[in-house]
Design a protein around this ligand. Structure first.
Ligand code: SF4
Length: 610
């Protein structure tokens, strides 16, 4: 069941919990280029987009929305348009006359984005800023009411005002309060056609902020619909998995009425990804009381699944990323070495001398009946038991961990809980399929039974449709890791021979949830009419040059207006400054102005010191 929301009319569509979740995208063509905008909007609509957003950086562009709108209607496309406004409230007043919806950003509609110059506010100063906000925003709402235009209050983590930062800091609570200031005005003047979004490039912040906003709205008697998105998600499978972790988690919880999967790709490429994401998310389940489940696992491990492999030999360990160690072990002979990307555990039903080479940091899990034989090859082998085997009191060496598989939500009963309370060796392996709620139910049961055992999530994904499997796993499991609940991830893809596919998917989910770092992280905005250079080309160049720096997070952003604010906690920023120039940032500080694009990669290399 979806979270109940009010109905918001946006041109010919209605956004509410009673309607299917609506898919949208945003143009990246210059808003003054009417023909290019119309052509791109049509491609989005034909791909299945139900709402098209266009940036309006100034009044001139806002005026041109009239022509874009008219031309689309003339060609038979009545899909609603939404204008995206930052910094220029005057543009919002103009756009509201021509398009069906206007998005404003609370961080820069009346206030300016935080510049950290003013951090102490007296109660009077705070109240005066709120009064100014109310006045300006009410004027805008009056225009929207007159023209039947809907409004999105679109708060971004990277653009909060000094006023909000002074009281709440750069937090989900700050994002929620920045939004609530505007929603309280809407409520007080009886303006109902409001949609909200709270976005961040950090999935955890985005999910936490939205959950918190839902609670706050309920407390204040509001039920406005929600637009979901992860900003600066990037491109390719990284962008898709990151979006699935953030958006999918909330969709599974019954939250969200429209979604945009922001990718640094052609806007129409976002639509099938959004549609597939809606499809793989299970039956939503909104809990009015909110779900207080929170774990503390900050470093989950990965399990490589070798079931189905008849032979585990050198080619298999190499495929898992292990490399020969520089020195042999005097007793055991040739050894392998691990690195930051190799799995911490390997599950195998096939025993072989190759297992003797594994480094001591890597453990082997085998079926219970193979345990004795497995110890011939690897003294760190531990058993995977089914509940019936475990209840028959298996005799195991003192202190040896036992992996105990839980295959359905009914298994964790009083008798098992009682035995587990006496047995801290057990690590629970939750193999509950692609049902987000089943996992949460078992974690809740564990709380109820007073069990605090380590847990692993084990997911078997049949099929060979790589993009779909990625979205499915990320959407269904990502939220568990955002909430720091499981201690490990074990994915198997029995129909895909490449052992690294499942492992790489696991790495990507854990990195998107912010609990592990396996590779350099690149975030990039999707681009819009403000984009001042070849964004996709720049992302490719930056990835090629710095992809090996796995400790860094680098942002590639399309414009200097919003880019620096939206880079979040990136270590370095590469931001289009127009006229073939790029500005380079270290953290939030600008280090190089207007570097010619052809010199920018070298300049960034110098800045990073590599
Ligand atoms: S940061 Fe990117 S998406 Fe955002 S306004 Fe600038 S160019 Fe557009």
């Amino acid at each position: 069941m979806r979270r109940k929301t009010t109905a918001v009319k946006i041109g010919k569509v209605v956004l509410s919990s009673e309607q299917p979740v609506l898919i949208q995208s945003m143009l990246n063509t210059p808003t003054m280029d009417t023909e290019a905008c119309v052509e791109q909007a049509i491609r989005i609509i034909r791909a299945g987009g139900q709402l098209v957003r266009i940036t309006a950086p100034g009044v001139r562009e806002a005026e041109n929305l009239k022509h874009i709108h008219e031309e689309l209607w003339a060609r038979g496309y009545d899909t609603p348009l939404s204008a995206d406004i930052h910094f220029t409230p005057e543009a919002a007043l103009v756009a509201a006359r021509y398009v069906e919806k206007v998005r404003i950003n609370p961080g820069n509609f009346v206030d300016k984005r935080a510049i950290f110059k003013k951090l102490d506010y007296t109660a009077e100063e705070y109240a005066a800023e709120l009064a100014a906000l109310r006045k300006k925003f009410t004027e805008f709402l009056d225009v929207c009411r007159k023209h039947g235009t809907a409004v999105r209050i679109g708060t971004n983590h990277g653009s909060l005002s000094d006023r909000i930062m002074s009281r709440y800091g750069d937090t989900p609570a700050g994002m929620v309060e920045a939004t609530m200031e505007y929603l309280r005005v809407c409520k007080s003047v009886g303006f109902e056609d409001v949609v909200i979004s709270l976005k961040s490039s950090d999935c955890r912040i985005m999910v936490d902020a939205v959950r918190l906003l839902v609670r706050e709205m309920r407390r204040e008697g509001m039920a406005y619909p929600l637009h979901l998105g992860v900003t600066e998600a990037g491109e390719g499978e990284d962008g898709r998995i990151r979006s699935a972790v953030g958006i999918g988690t909330l969709l599974n919880e019954g939250i969200g009425d429209t979604i945009r999967v922001s990718l640094t790709e052609a806007p129409e490429a976002e639509i099938p990804v959004a549609a597939a994401l809606l499809e793989v998310c299970g039956e939503p389940k909104f809990e009015r009381s909110g779900d207080g489940l929170k774990g503390n696992c900050l470093h989950p491990v990965l399990v490589a699944d070798l079931s189905g492999r008849e032979v585990v030999d050198e080619s298999v360990t190499q495929a898992l990323g292990f490399t020969p160690a520089a020195e042999d072990d005097p007793a055991l002979g040739a050894r392998l070495q691990a690195n930051t990307r190799t799995p911490e555990w390997i599950y195998t039903e096939s025993l072989s001398p190759e297992l003797t080479k594994l480094p001591d940091t890597v453990g082997i899990i085998v079926p219970w009946e193979l345990l004795d034989m497995a110890h011939v090859y690897n003294r760190k082998a531990v058993p995977l038991c089914q509940v019936e085997e475990y209840m028959q009191q298996p005799e195991l060496p003192e202190g040896m961990p036992v992996y105990l598989e839980i295959r359905d939500t009914e298994t964790l009963n009083a008798a098992l809980a009682e035995k587990l309370r006496q047995d801290s060796r057990v690590i629970l392996v939750l193999a509950l399929g692609t049902d987000y709620h089943a996992y949460r139910e078992v974690f809740r049961e564990m709380d109820t039974w007073g069990l605090n055992h380590q847990t692993l999530v084990r997911l078997e994904l049949p099929g060979t449709d790589h993009p779909r499997l990625q979205l499915q796993a990320a959407a269904q499991l990502g939220g568990l890791f955002l909430d720091r609940l499981p201690g490990g991830l074990w994915i198997s893809t029995p129909d895909i021979p490449d052992a690294d596919f499942a492992l790489d998917l696991g790495r990507n989910i854990l990195q998107s949830a912010g609990v592990r770092r396996y590779k350099a992280e690149f975030i990039s905005c999707p681009g819009c009419g403000r984009t001042l250079f070849d964004l996709q080309g720049a992302v490719a160049k930056v990835k090629a040059a710095f992809g090996h720096l796995d400790h860094l997070k680098i942002a590639v952003m399309g414009c200097v207006v919003n880019g620096p604010g939206e880079m979040g906690d990136a270590d370095y920023g590469y931001v289009g400054a127009g006229n073939g120039k790029v500005n380079l940032y270290k953290g939030r500080q600008i280090m190089r102005f207007a570097v010619p694009e052809e010199e920018a990669i070298d300049a960034l290399r110098e800045l990073i010191g590599v």
